[in-house]
Design a protein around this ligand. Sequence first.
Ligand SMILES: [Zn+2]
Length: 336
Amino acid sequence: MRSVRGVVPGAVAVVGLALTAACGAGSAGTLSAGAASSAPAAAASTTATTATTAGPSVTAAPSATTPAATATQSATRTPSASATALRTSSDPARRTTRWNEPTTFRALPVVSGRALAGMVVVLDPGHQIGNSRHLAKVNRLVNAGNGIRKACNTTGTQTNGGYPESKVAMRIALAAKKRLEAQGAKVVLTRPREDVALWGPCIDARGRVGNGVDADAVVSIHADGAPATARGFHVIRPASVKGWTDDIAKPSKRLAIAVHDALVDAGQRPATYIGSHDGYDVRSDLGTLNWSDQPIVMIELGNMRSARDAAMLTDPKWQDGVAAAAITAGVVDFLA
Ligand SMILES: [Zn+2]
């Protein structure tokens, strides 16, 4: 958002306030049909126990990924030498034939360097474990930008075993912080730690953190809650919305491609249930993206409700050695 901070252009639509079973960021659009006509004061369940809420672009039966599309996407760019050095493999064949599974992924070591010297990176670990204890504050509607009002935040989703999305996001953010700092970056987190006593911050405040520190890149970290058979990650970038994200849409797309390709290079499977199944989505309704004046992407790193995705998402070795390593490689590729 560039020039109309604090001003809500046009009509305001209440899109959603309920705490949701799916990742709050990824599923917000799902709530529009029901939530728009329901009373704003309605209280929501504090726990994400109904696992089947799915995003607007979810298809009934996940299909195979589309290697050709991924290869084409990747072929349009040339990774920098420093970014390539941080990756598992730059071999296009590997990208499309050997997706990570819980027992096969390879964790990458931390790589030191100066590729990000002088750069500022904001990491936004989605949600907060204490959100469920502060429902009045978390359900308060905020300006999500682009004429939309939404709940301040949600509880996020969780695995079938009860491992919360907010914990996945924080662990990966802390690991990525170390890796980015090892490349010389200054790293700012939008929330300090996973803590049941804390809540928020709200989606609009998260989106503005990067503006306050003149961030070179902002990465919001989430994991989704989709049907159990759905697999894989997707990277969400802001649509170009006049007065909001038209100034950051292009660089955010470059950041999205860089992070996407780093995840594919690290062996991660593009989502089988979003859009064209190529691991990308574009949204104009996400407050965190709309409020940013800096290049920003939101990553849904996998499906918490898939047993196989969940086994990786909750594994400290994968959180650091795959997810955080790929985020770092993508940011380096974008900025270096
Ligand atoms: Zn989320």
